[in-house]
Design a protein around this ligand. Structure first.
Ligand SMILES: [Zn+2]
Length: 365
C-alpha cells in the first residue's frame, strides 16, 4: 500500500480548456487538474514507455485513487470556492466570509432558506456582493483569490490535405505558464504504479492536457511517499479538534464533482448515516449547498476516445452532517480521515466524491 503526495510542475504551456466555441477554446473556470487528467497522464506514460498491457486493466477496473491537483499559491494549496464566501464588486476588499461560519449559534441553526445573504460589504457598498469564482487560499484565517499565471497563445489552423494554412482559422488559447505548481495525492492500495513502472515513482516527466503534439503540457511530477498511518493519525487529530469546536457538526467540502451510486442509481446524496453522521438539512430538505454542476469527462488512455460524461455537483459543494450522540469522536475522526483518502461514496477511483472535512471552520469560529 502506498500513499504519495505529488507536486506537478508545469514545464511547457499547459492547456486544460475543454470546449471549443467558434475559434476560441473555452476555459473551464477552475484551474485544477481533475483526477482523470492526473490518472491519464501517469497511465499513458507507463503505457507508452513500458508498453505494459496491464495498464488497460487498471483503466477498466480502477484501484488507484488519483486525487485532483490544485495549484499552489504563496506556498499554500488552493481550494475551490464555496457559496458562503462573498466578495464586493466595488471595493476589491477581497473575499469575506459569511457570518454563519464565524458564529457557533448561527451555524447550529443554519438553514439557507431563512438565511440573509449579505447585501452590503464592510465598507458599506450596497448590493454589490457577488460570489467568489476563483480558487482561494486560506491564510491567517482569511481567504484570498489566487491568480494563476496564464498566457495567451495563437495558433493557426492547418489544412492537412493542402499543407497550407486554413483561411480564417486562428485559434486563441489561454494556457497556464511554465513554473506553476499543482499539488495532489495518489492512494495506491495495491502498489500498482510501482508494479507497472518497474520501480517506485520519483521524478517523472508526464504529458497532460491538450496540444501534446505541439509541445504543450509537459509537466514534472515529483512523488513523495508518505506513511499512511501517520498521515491518517495527524489528520484525524485536526478533524477531532474541529468537531469539538463545532459541537458535533461536520462540514465536508468537495474537491471533485460529487455523484454517488446507490443500487445502480445516481444520486447527489452522500449517505454516511451508517457511521453515525446524520444529514443536517440546510436547504430545501437536503444537506448540501451546491456549486454549479460540473461535467466530468474522461479519455480512454489506449483508444484516445472520449468516455461517458456524467454531471456531478461542482467541486466546492458543501455537505453538512450532525454526529449522533453515541458516536465516539476519536473513532469518527479516524474514519473521516480515511474517507478523505479513499473517497466518500461509490463509485470509487473515478474522480468523483473526493472530499475533505472543512477544517478551516475551526479557525473561523
Ligand atoms: Zn465594498
Amino acid at each position: 500500500m502506498s500513499l504519495y503526495k505529488i507536486k506537478i510542475k508545469v514545464a511547457s504551456p499547459l492547456q486544460i480548456s475543454d470546449i471549443v466555441i467558434g475559434n476560441v477554446l473555452k476555459q473551464s473556470g477552475i484551474f485544477c487538474l481533475q483526477s482523470s487528467t492526473v490518472r491519464g497522464g501517469i497511465l499513458s506514460k507507463i503505457y507508452r514507455e513500458q508498453g505494459v498491457e496491464e495498464v488497460i486493466e487498471e483503466s477498466k477496473d480502477t484501484s488507484i485513487n488519483f486525487h485532483p491537483a490544485y495549484p499552489v499559491d504563496d506556498g499554500i494549496i488552493s481550494r475551490p470556492p464555496h457559496i458562503l464566501l462573498h466578495k464586493c464588486k466595488i471595493c476589491e476588499g477581497g473575499v469575506f466570509i459569511n457570518k454563519v461560519l464565524q458564529n457557533k449559534e448561527l451555524l447550529k441553526e443554519f438553514n439557507f432558506e431563512r438565511f440573509d445573504i449579505p447585501y452590503k460589504c464592510s465598507e458599506g457598498h450596497l448590493f454589490a456582493i457577488s460570489p467568489v469564482k476563483s480558487l482561494v487560499i486560506f491564510k491567517d484565517s482569511k481567504y484570498k483569490e489566487i491568480n494563476i499565471k496564464k498566457m495567451q497563445l495563437e495558433s493557426i489552423g492547418m489544412n492537412r490535405a493542402l499543407s497550407q494554412t486554413e483561411l480564417g482559422m486562428i485559434y486563441s488559447y489561454i494556457t497556464i505558464r511554465p513554473g506553476v505548481i499543482f499539488d495532489g495525492l495518489i492512494y495506491d492500495p495495491k502498489d500498482k504504479i510501482e508494479k507497472l513502472l518497474g520501480y517506485k515513482p520519483k521524478d517523472e516527466s508526464v504529458r497532460i492536457g491538450r496540444g501534446i503534439s505541439r509541445g504543450m503540457g509537459i509537466t514534472e511530477f515529483e512523488f513523495e511517499e508518505v506513511n499512511y498511518e501517520k498521515y491518517i493519525e495527524k489528520r484525524a487529530s485536526e478533524i477531532k479538534d474541529v468537531i469539538l469546536k463545532t459541537e458535533g457538526i461536520v462540514i465536508l467540502r468537495a474537491l471533485t464533482p460529487t455523484l454517488s451510486m446507490d443500487k445502480a442509481e445516481f444520486s447527489y446524496k452522500i449517505d454516511l448515516s451508517e457511521y453515525g453522521l446524520q444529514p443536517m438539512e440546510v436547504f430545501n430538505g437536503v444537506n448540501y449547498l451546491t456549486q454549479s454542476p460540473e461535467i466530468l469527462k474522461g479519455y480512454s488512455v489506449y483508444t484516445n476516445l472520449p468516455k461517458i460524461e456524467v454531471k456531478g455537483l461542482g467541486s466546492g459543494t458543501l455537505y453538512f452532517y450532525k454526529i449522533e450522540n453515541k458516536i465516539k469522536i476519536d473513532e469518527i475522526s479516524m474514519l473521516l480521515s480515511e474517507f478523505e483518502i479513499k473517497g466518500f461514496a461509490p463509485p470509487f477511483n473515478v474522480g468523483l466524491n473526493i472530499m475533505e472535512v472543512y477544517t478551516d471552520v475551526g479557525k473561523l469560529l
